[in-house]
Design a protein around this ligand. Structure first.
Ligand code: GLN
Length: 197
């Protein structure tokens, strides 16, 4: 198992550290030739979605990544990564647009720029959630599973091979969400405590 982490900008190093703790091999994707490496899953980190979108196009990564995701490559988008995957965005244009969700950019406004919560995530039980100038999901299409909500707003969801969180699981010690993604990439379904079902 080898996971590619988009490393153009933002919080990519921390995702690598989380995967390392899980003993999962990973590599950085910075240019087209990085796409020649075997890749079982892709992480799109948090950062600035507009900057990442622009760089994806300039570096010729946009079309090949979009094609692979559409073909079923497991992908995990956190925060800005969620915005890269969303088909519709309030407060910005769509980018890869592979996931049937409508998201609101910088949804919590300035006053609540950053905050922390602990909420249920799918079958995994409570998960710590760090939000930084985060989006949330306004609407999901058919076939999208809502995994977590905070104050009635959707902050994590999955559609087949695509997983998104509005928060940053890579910024804490808890590895539950990364473990969930790794099992997704392996085609296994996880429940609380990390046991396979
Ligand atoms: N506000 C950022 C954006 O619009 C996302 C913030 C983040 O990734 N922490 O892309």
């Amino acid at each position: 198992m080898n996971i590619g982490i988009l490393a153009l900008q933002g919080a990519f190093v921390e995702h690598g550290e989380a995967l390392e703790k899980l003993g999962i091999q990973h590599f950085e994707i910075r240019q087209q030739r990085d796409l020649n490496r075997p890749c079982d899953g892709l992480i799109l980190p948090g950062g600035e979605s507009t900057v990442m979108g622009k760089l994806l196009r300039e570096l010729g990564l946009f079309a090949p990544l979009r094609e692979r995701i559409a073909a079923g490559l497991p992908v995990f988008g956190t925060c800005a990564g969620l915005l890269l995957l969303a088909k519709n965005i309030d407060g910005g244009g769509p980018c890869l647009a592979t996931m049937d969700i409508r998201a609101k950019r910088n949804a919590y406004g300035r006053q609540l720029g950053s905050f922390y919560a602990e909420k249920d995530f799918g079958d995994l039980g409570r998960v710590p959630m760090t939000f930084i100038r985060a989006p949330y999901i306004l609407e999901v299409g058919l076939g999208v599973e809502v995994l977590a909500e905070v104050e009635g707003k959707i902050v994590a969801a999955r559609q087949k091979n695509q997983l998104v969180t509005a928060f940053h699981p890579e910024l804490g010690e808890d590895l539950a969400v990364h473990r969930y993604f790794v099992s997704m990439a392996k085609g296994i379904r996880l429940s609380a405590g990390g046991s396979a079902q």
